[in-house]
Design a protein around this ligand. Structure first.
Ligand SMILES: [Zn+2]
Length: 415
């Protein structure tokens, strides 16, 4: 179960008593880390495959695809993006998902209330069941009707309705080998106001209530003799937006990109970071682009070529440079530490100053939480070593006694 965007430092008795109590009687991973970019869609693929974006091939929340002689940026959240990626490269993800691996072993049901892209990239080739308000699909891409999959709203009530259906229909009846519930909150509420505000606290409370339903169903399953490994966590955190910069427009002004909608040099904004694609006939500009980005006060780090492997990305299909935006640990007016500059564009205007966002390398946006309960994990213990989103899939496969070949992650230490 994923509570999208829930910061590790907000897993406390005063903000989410149910989750906090669960952490006390489970194994908590105190230094869990997001991927780069710390954004939901590429994270969903990393959790589903156990691989870095460098190896699963979904670069971020937005991504460049070949367009004639150049590159154009697409929104990965768009339900049509899976088809665009398949059309461009003849495949979706480059490695199998858990849904694919488990298809002959009891199957997977994935219920998600975040963006369509983040839901579909957990099973882009339809090996299992994916339930989402934009369209639900079964094996082979069979469309699931309203009698088979609920259509819920993208808000607090929708998260709770999806959790209720997940408990009654998936956990207590169908019982596939892998069941995934991915809530939109607290991420949704964190994007809609200042971190630490009542909106943020209400969004956490929503996720905490949904968690309590799921935990109760897991206890019912165990009482009926089922052996259940329950993993609860988030995909990233959020920080406060302090400044917004249209990096592509700055490149045009600096003479390094032809025009706002040119396809020679393009920037795919990721909130607190950006991915920069360069067309084959503009490659000679890369050194000047790097020098320009490194000189900007709103950019903290620039990764080029093989340097991108250190952050789990790979130069491929035009992707040449990744950059993380500037940031500070300073608290916002509600006392919540962590502020970021975000990369925006006309298509991706980003959240307003003062609201929550994520996507970069800030300490809090890249610090999600993770708790493991059952399945051999020592209760009441804390792991302080660094763990990653890519460690979740190998942990699931180890628990199920199935091979985890080809995954970048490592099964989590149980004690
Ligand atoms: Zn997310």
């Amino acid at each position: 179960m994923i509570c999208d965007g829930h910061r590790n430092d907000f897993v406390r008795a005063d903000t989410c008593p149910n989750i906090s109590g669960f952490a006390e009687r489970s194994r908590r991973f105190a230094n869990h880390r997001a991927i780069f970019p710390s954004a939901t869609r590429a994270s969903a693929a990393a959790i589903a495959t156990g691989c870095w974006p460098a190896n699963h091939g979904l670069h971020g929340n937005t991504m460049g695809l070949p367009d004639g002689e150049g590159v154009r940026v697409h929104d990965v959240g768009d339900p049509a993006f899976v088809g665009k990626l398949r059309h461009a490269f003849g495949r979706t993800l480059k490695v199998p998902t858990m849904a694919e691996r488990l298809a002959p072993h009891g199957g997977a049901v994935i219920a998600s209330n975040v963006s369509p892209g983040a839901a579909y990239f957990q099973d882009p080739d339809n090996f299992g069941h994916v339930v989402h308000r934009a369209g639900s699909f079964g094996p082979g891409g069979r469309v699931l009707g309203p009698d088979e999959a609920p259509v819920v709203s993208h808000d607090f009530a929708g998260d709770e309705a999806l959790a209720e259906w997940f408990v009654s229909d998936v956990l207590l009846q169908r019982r596939p080998r892998l069941s995934v519930l991915w809530l939109a909150n607290p991420d949704l509420g964190m994007h809609a106001g200042p971190l630490g505000s009542q909106m943020h606290l209400d969004a956490i409370a929503c996720a905490d209530r949904a968690f309590a339903r799921v935990e109760s169903a897991v206890e019912t399953m165990r009482a009926e003799g089922e052996d259940v490994l329950f993993l609860l966590g988030s995909d990233h955190g959020q920080e406060t937006v302090r400044e917004r910069v249209a990096v592509a427009a700055r490149l045009v002004a600096a003479g390094l990109k032809e025009s706002a909608d040119s396809t020679d040099v393009v920037v795919a904004p990721q909130g607190g970071s950006g991915l920069l694609y360069v067309a084959p006939n503009a490659q000679s500009r890369i050194p000047d682009i790097i020098a320009f980005l490194r000189a900007q006060p709103y950019i903290a780090e620039v990764f080029h070529g093989a340097e991108m492997l250190h952050i789990g990305q790979r130069p491929e299909n035009g992707l040449a440079i990744a950059f993380a935006m500037a940031r500070s640990a300073e608290p916002n007016p509600f006392g919540v530490p962590g502020q970021i500059t975000i990369c925006v564009s006309d298509e991706k205007p980003g959240k307003p100053e003062g609201f929550g966002s994520h996507g970069g390398l800030g300490d809090f946006e890249r610090h999600p939480f993770l708790i493991a309960n059952g399945g051999g994990f020592a209760p009441g213990t804390v792991e302080h070593g660094v763990t990653r989103l890519i460690d979740i899939a190998p942990t699931v496969m180890r628990y199920l006694g199935l091979p985890r070949d080809g995954m970048d992650g490592l099964a989590l230490p149980q004690f």
